[in-house]
Design a protein around this ligand. Sequence first.
Ligand SMILES: NC(=O)c1ccc[n+]([C@@H]2O[C@H](COP(=O)([O-])OP(=O)(O)OC[C@H]3O[C@@H](n4cnc5c(N)ncnc54)[C@H](OP(=O)(O)O)[C@@H]3O)[C@@H](O)[C@H]2O)c1
Length: 239
Amino acid sequence: MNQLEGKVAAITGTSAGIGRATARALVAEGMKVAGGARRGDRLKDLANELGDAFVPVEMDVRVPADGSKLVEAARSAFGRLDVLVPNAGIGVYGGIMDQTDEQISAMIDTNVAGTVWPIRSAVPGMIEAGGGDIVIIASVAGIRGAGDEAVYAASKFAQVGLAGALDRELREKGIRVSVIAPGGVATEFAMGTGRTPEMAGLEQMLRPEDVAQAVVSVLKQPPTMRSLVWSMRSIHEAD
Ligand SMILES: NC(=O)c1ccc[n+]([C@@H]2O[C@H](COP(=O)([O-])OP(=O)(O)OC[C@H]3O[C@@H](n4cnc5c(N)ncnc54)[C@H](OP(=O)(O)O)[C@@H]3O)[C@@H](O)[C@H]2O)c1
């Protein structure tokens, strides 16, 4: 039997891109998924596609109580929670003085606080159940800074730091905390504002399904090992 069969995940940002691909990949492995995002219409489309294995949750990761809403939806629909994938994120390209205060706050609130709130909602129940997996979708921008992405990079470094600290805090309680740090992925996010697919170079990027398979691989590791940071790139992208 597939070792993931029957397990339950909560994923943020399942209305698009990597989160949606991860929901599809986990359901294909026999898992059940509660998927959150703000755009309910898109979540409904995914629910129609995935059937009973997927529960859509309209939520905003910036709101602490919405982390609990997602986690509770997973537990009440499927009776348990084995996996949390904090994936929702936004990025605004441009120099630090070219961005508005609102854009900067939105990146920090979404990418940093929006990772912390669902984790705080999930951890107590995971400890009580004897363990679980938290797989944070960060970025190569959380490994090294790139020009025109200063605040985005800061928010992604924060996720990597959070994961490292949580690994120390939670490993002995049975929770594995991993980070996946992709380079460019061909999603709406990678398009950014005002770019055409050609300008963004989508053809040469990782596909969201590649990142989803990395999540599956992390979850399929033997219980005796863990991965801390998996930094992945398209074959076309320099490191
Ligand atoms: N694409 C890349 O090149 C790339 C590379 C490395 C890392 N990443 C990371 O991968 C993650 C997913 O990105 P993606 O490429 O899949 O982007 P995407 O296609 O734009 O999807 C982003 C998802 O995040 C959700 N989201 C954004 N703000 C939210 C909020 N406040 N509350 C709830 N959900 C929210 C969006 O849903 P709603 O808008 O419906 O709320 C959407 O489902 C991000 O953390 C990003 O930093 C992306």
